[in-house]
Design a protein around this ligand. Structure first.
Ligand SMILES: *[C@@H]1O[C@H](CO)[C@@H](O)[C@H](O)[C@H]1NC(C)=O
Ligand SMILES: *[C@@H]1O[C@H](CO)[C@@H](O)[C@H](O)[C@H]1NC(C)=O
Ligand SMILES: *[C@@H]1O[C@H](CO)[C@@H](O)[C@H](O)[C@H]1NC(C)=O
Ligand SMILES: *[C@@H]1O[C@H](CO)[C@@H](O)[C@H](O)[C@H]1NC(C)=O
Ligand SMILES: *[C@@H]1O[C@H](CO)[C@@H](O)[C@H](O)[C@H]1NC(C)=O
Ligand SMILES: *[C@@H]1O[C@H](CO)[C@@H](O)[C@H](O)[C@H]1NC(C)=O
Ligand SMILES: *[C@@H]1O[C@H](CO)[C@@H](O)[C@H](O)[C@H]1NC(C)=O
Ligand SMILES: *[C@@H]1O[C@H](CO)[C@@H](O)[C@H](O)[C@H]1NC(C)=O
Ligand SMILES: *[C@@H]1O[C@H](CO)[C@@H](O)[C@H](O)[C@H]1NC(C)=O
Ligand SMILES: *[C@@H]1O[C@H](CO)[C@@H](O)[C@H](O)[C@H]1NC(C)=O
Length: 809
């Protein structure tokens, strides 16, 4: 009986998929909101057009993908019926009129949406298998849904310069310069990204390729502008690009639950995400953005939707003579218009805004040598962002005394809450005083030393105060020079610069890395430092602080007593003390994999390491593996790390994935390749690229696979471990994982999370195919056959030309 009931429920759904293909929609036909199972389908039923219910009382007409269940185009909502009666208004109708007009009418017959194609000679309407609804006059396209997009772009759809994706107040456009931009309320551009300002384009078009690469077409050239993290995989999956109602542009595979790319990694950078006067921050436990009001002097515009913003309980206008400035530390009001900037200090910024009748709020921020003050005047929209790594302080006018927000009340009980809040007030007083003093010192410095390059030192003092909050500390070059005894004890020299031992004033031993070849500006450097220092994991080396003064850029890390893994694996002389037993090796392999998994999958701004090798795997006093140098590739590389020449490659030969040399995009899968090589080295104690008579003059990795094929896994294992206990089952797992990781095609390699599970023995490991002979030929990534739908071809098509070749366009 239950079974029958279920069958009945399935019936309408079945009907959707079994309606006869109506390639052509006959003039004079209609769809009705009262029957959502009636649809117009594309010839092979991939897409269908029909009514969808949005909520109990409203409907929309949309084009949807039949298996992914994703709507790619809609007319907007129409109200049908009232909340009380669950009755659908039979008059709501989508018509293809005989005069060639498409329109949606409500119950009273009033048009809610129309294509405005009446009397233009339209003779036919059809929905094709790519999801495009086309109105034609003879063979001429008069109107199409692809040319009138809503919030979604699908493969084979073109987004040209005057077309816009919209979602609420947000819009996405392709500019004539070829830049992509996101705009709030058609006025504030909060994301604007391009290839290179040197490129001169004629009429650019943006396309999402079915292989997951967002591509810019211009005058016969193709340039890749963004990659989904699963690009080149799963050719059948339905990919799409969508502007969300939260103002972020994302790429998806299969459905909205599988996001593969986002324009803004930091959601709080979306202008107006929390509404006017709302403050965006992150919930530390779930890492999702949350919206708050600045203080209890404000209330939410809509208690049920924190994203609608805040309003003052008492307006400033009703409060003459009693206006105060509410101070918001580590907070900035997002600003994209340059004209409101003045270069004055933090106190002057506050005072100036307070005394100006038009100023409503202000943000004081620094750029090493200069203090900026951004004023927000009365009609302006104020969009706030609060985060522990922001070196900005903001003020907003409130009426009467400041009423701070209460502390999160999760764990605080009644009595304790009282004490805590008192303690908190004292804290505010104390930190307020410190900040006041610091501001005074700052002002003093500013007056006497504003022309001196040493001015940055003031900010060094400022940020030292933030040490306790876990933010990276900014050190002065002078102090680091002293603490490292004039950079005397060199610990090593990596791809990014030399590393020196140092002892901080509080006796902490550190490793200071002097970065070379930084091309980025101060602001960007600080942003990257903030990202690196917010990345905490047991298997990642912790960043303690940084220094950025003139050309000096240093990163200060915790010191690792046992140095790097290579010293233990490849030590030539017979140092028995330096030999790692199998148990330690396996733990190092697992720890390294966990550290990289965190970088790839679990932290907020996911990081591709780009240079995994034994030199970058450090060992603490207990031989726990800690991955170092993550996040640095981004600092060094040119504008977009995907546009690189061989000279900018920072990775190390032997560990470099083939896609580096083939000029294909670098993704987290490239790290898997390097990890696979390291894993093989951990097992064997030899460099993967080593060639010797003992292994028949073959590259070690190739020889190892042959031995594995023959079933001689024990010959791969480090000879020095011969008389020690070696867990052959773990060795077998490690060797097979390693071969999976060094597969030539990135999509064949597992994810780092899978690697951890395979090593742990949680999941079965299939027998790995032979890693192909690597780096032979195919250094040119240019495509030969663009029309081919074959996935390997598409990956070639993905090739991003290096700057030299793309500038010839
Ligand atoms: C709804 O539309 C389907 C397909 O056109 C049709 O078979 C069915 O009879 C309709 N149902 C009603 C209640 O009109
Ligand atoms: C249909 O739309 C018109 C114009 O917007 C409006 O006046 C009318 O009330 C609507 N009818 C229904 C039933 O919603
Ligand atoms: C329908 O046609 C489209 C475009 O030609 C094609 O990509 C898709 O695989 C086809 N789907 C089916 C189910 O045949
Ligand atoms: C998109 O643009 C390409 C090249 O500019 C063109 O060949 C193709 O027909 C366009 N597609 C649509 C649906 O307009
Ligand atoms: C875009 O619109 C502007 C103004 O309406 C027009 O001058 C320009 O030619 C259009 N560009 C394209 C590529 O259609
Ligand atoms: C959006 O812009 C319009 C005019 O361009 C303006 O009237 C409106 O107030 C703006 N919206 C907000 C929320 O500021
Ligand atoms: C295009 O984007 C780049 C940053 O990627 C920016 O520097 C440049 O000013 C933008 N150009 C235009 C015309 O918006
Ligand atoms: C933060 O996230 C956790 C877990 O999702 C949730 O329980 C908590 O209420 C959130 N806190 C805030 C302030 O939203
Ligand atoms: C918020 O939601 C509650 C319960 O759903 C409702 O009673 C109340 O009217 C809503 N408030 C607003 C301002 O929409
Ligand atoms: C200023 O605020 C205080 C405290 O809320 C209040 O007692 C006083 O009357 C206010 N003064 C004016 C001029 O409104």
């Amino acid at each position: 009986m239950n079974f029958c009931f279920l069958l009945l429920l399935q019936l309408p759904l079945l009907l959707v998929f079994t309606t006869t293909s109506t390639a052509n929609i006959p003039p004079g036909s209609s769809l009705y909101a009262s029957n959502t199972s009636q649809t117009w389908s594309s010839p092979n039923n991939t897409f269908f057009l029909g009514f969808t219910q949005v909520d109990p009382t409203s409907y929309t007409v949309s084009i949807s993908h039949s298996t992914a269940g994703v709507s790619i185009w809609t007319t907007g909502n129409v109200v049908a019926g009232t909340a009380s009666a669950a009755v659908i208004d039979y008059g709501v109708e989508f018509q293809f009129l005989r005069n060639g007009n498409l329109r949606l009418i409500n119950g009273s017959g009033a048009p809610v949406w129309t294509s405005n194609t009446g009397n233009l000679g339209v003779t036919s309407a059809s929905l094709d298998d790519t999801g495009n609804l086309v109105l034609k006059a003879g063979s001429i396209n008069v109107w199409s849904s692809f040319e009138n997009p809503t919030d979604t772009l699908v493969p084979s759809q073109n987004l040209t310069v005057n077309q816009t994706l919209r979602s609420g107040v947000y819009s996405f456009r392709l500019l004539s310069s070829g830049n992509m931009s996101l705009t709030w309320n058609d006025s504030v551009v909060y994301w604007n990204q391009g290839l290179s300002s040197a490129l001169k384009l004629t009429s650019p078009t943006l396309q999402l390729k079915s292989n997951g690469i967002l591509t810019l077409l211009d005058a016969g050239s193709q340039m890749s502008v963004a990659f989904g993290n699963d690009y080149g995989e799963g050719g059948e999956v339905m990919r799409f690009l969508r502007l969300g109602s939260d103002g972020n542009l994302r790429m998806y595979s299969g459905g909205t639950t599988t996001m593969t790319w986002a324009a803004l990694a930091d959601q709080c950078q979306v202008y107006g995400y929390c509404g006017n006067m709302g403050i965006c921050s992150y919930n530390e436990s779930s890492l999702s953005p949350i919206c708050k009001c600045p203080s209890l002097n404000f209330e939410a515009v809509d208690v049920n939707d924190s994203r609608k913003g805040c309003k003052r309980k008492v307006e400033v206008a009703d409060c003459a003579g009693n206006v105060t400035m509410l101070e918001l530390k580590q907070t900035k009001f997002l600003t994209f218009q340059a004209q409101q900037i003045v270069t004055i200090g933090i106190t002057a910024c506050r005072v100036n805004c307070l005394s100006s009748t038009s100023c409503m709020a202000c943000t004081s921020t620094s750029d090493t040598y200069v203090l900026y003050c951004y004023m927000k005047n009365t009609p302006d929209f104020v969009s706030g962002y609060q985060g522990p790594v922001l070196l900005s302080t903001s003020y907003i006018k409130v009426c009467g005394p400041v009423q701070p927000n209460p502390l999160p009340s999760d764990q605080i009980g009644g009595d304790k809450k009282f004490r805590e809040s008192r303690g908190w007030k004292v804290g505010v007083l104390v930190t307020g005083t410190i900040w006041g003093l610091a501001a005074l010192v700052g002002l003093f410095w500013w007056f006497c030393c504003k022309n001196s390059p040493k001015f940055g030192g003031v900010w060094a003092q400022y940020t030292l105060l933030e040490y306790a909050s876990g933010a990276p500390v900014q050190f002065s070059y002078k102090d680091l020079h002293r603490w490292t005894q004039g950079f005397k004890h060199k610990l090593g020299a990596g791809g990014f610069g030399a590393v020196y031992r140092g002892v901080l004033a509080n006796r902490t031993v550190v490793a200071a890395k002097q970065l070379e070849g930084i091309e980025q500006g101060e602001r960007q450097f600080r942003m990257e430092v903030a990202t690196i220092s917010s990345t905490h994991h047991l298997n990642l080396v912790r960043l303690i602080g940084f220094c950025s003064e003139g050309r000096h850029r240093l990163l200060v890390y915790e010191f690792m007593k046992n140095g790097s893994l290579d010293h233990f694996l490849f030590s030539t002389e017979d140092q028995s003390g330096k030999l790692l037993n199998w148990k330690r090796r396996f733990n190092i392999a697992l720890g390294t994999a966990r550290g990289i998994t965190y970088l790839h999958e679990e932290c907020r701004d996911c990081i591709v390491h780009c240079d995994i090798k034994p030199e970058n795997i450090l060992l603490d006093a207990n031989f726990n593996a800690k991955v170092s140098d993550f996040g640095l590739a981004k600092l060094i590389s040119t504008k977009d790390q995907r546009y690189r020449s061989l000279t900018t490659i920072r990775g190390t030969r032997g560990y470099l994935a083939p896609e580096w040399l083939a000029n294909l995009p670098i993704t987290s899968k490239s790290d898997l390749y390097s990890y696979g090589m390291v894993l093989l080295e951990i097992v064997s104690g030899r460099r993967n690229f080593e060639v010797s008579a003992e292994i028949n003059q073959k590259r070690f990795s190739e020889w190892a696979y042959e031995e594995f094929e023959k079933g001689n896994v024990e010959t791969i294992v480090d000879k020095r471990l011969a008389d020690q206990g070696v867990d052959m089952e773990q060795v077998m797992r490690a060797v097979q994982v390693s071969f999976w990781c060094i597969q030539e095609h990135p999509s064949q390699r597992p994810t780092m999370g899978k690697v951890v599970q395979m090593l742990e023995g949680i999941i079965e490991i299939a027998r790995p195919p032979a890693p192909k002979a690597l780096m032979k030929g195919s250094t040119s990534g240019t495509s030969t056959n663009l029309s081919s739908k074959d996935s390997a071809q598409s990956t070639c098509e993905a090739s991003a030309p290096p700057p030299s070749s793309s500038s010839s366009i």
